[in-house]
Design a protein around this ligand. Structure first.
Ligand code: THU
Length: 159
């Protein structure tokens, strides 16, 4: 056997260091936490997804008494984008979360299903999606969805 490892590159920014359009996307993700419907988890997540033509689609998590019927903020935004602008590549997504009225200190981590969903668009449009994860202590910037989902299943092996 041999050891192998996968290294995940990302940058950590202070809010003021971000370019203006990234700051705007983060601001929108933060604002969207206000629209979260999360009476069960009390975990309010907001997402903002920018497309290559500049359009932004926004989402927040939407829960349900039958738990699996709810949906995460990222997929709410992404599916809205994909339904309304199906031919335009997503290029960046910002995510923020708060609980107990306070934004998380450490950057919020998107769940596996959201990573896999967004990867579909990255694969389809052959264009990386930058991921901005907001925390009060800093913002993680990941340059590609693929970096967040190593050993990817992207359908390329399907017949
Ligand atoms: N949630 C998101 O909206 N995005 C994530 O990536 C992580 C989890 C939501 C789902 C559920 O409404 C709540 O956070 C607790 O898991």
């Amino acid at each position: 056997m041999r050891e192998a490892e996968i290294i995940v590159p990302f940058q950590v920014f202070a809010y003021e260091e971000l370019p203006a359009d990234d700051r705007e996307l983060v601001d929108m993700a933060k604002a969207m936490t206000a629209t979260s419907y999360s009476p069960y988890s009390h975990f309010r997540v907001g997402a903002a997804l920018r497309l290559a033509d500049g359009q932004v689609f926004k989402g927040s998590n939407q829960e349900n008494a039958a738990f699996p019927s709810g949906l995460c903020a990222e997929r709410t935004a992404f599916f809205a984008a994909s339904a309304n602008a199906p031919e335009v590549a997503p290029v960046a997504v910002a995510i923020a979360a708060q609980t107990g009225g306070t934004f998380l200190e450490n950057p919020v981590a998107p769940c596996g299903a959201c990573r896999q969903s967004l990867l579909e668009a990255e694969t389809r449009f052959k264009q990386p999606i930058r991921v901005l994860l907001y925390g009060t202590c800093g913002i993680y910037v990941i340059q590609s969805l693929r970096d967040l989902l190593p050993l990817t299943f992207d359908g390329s092996e399907l017949p």
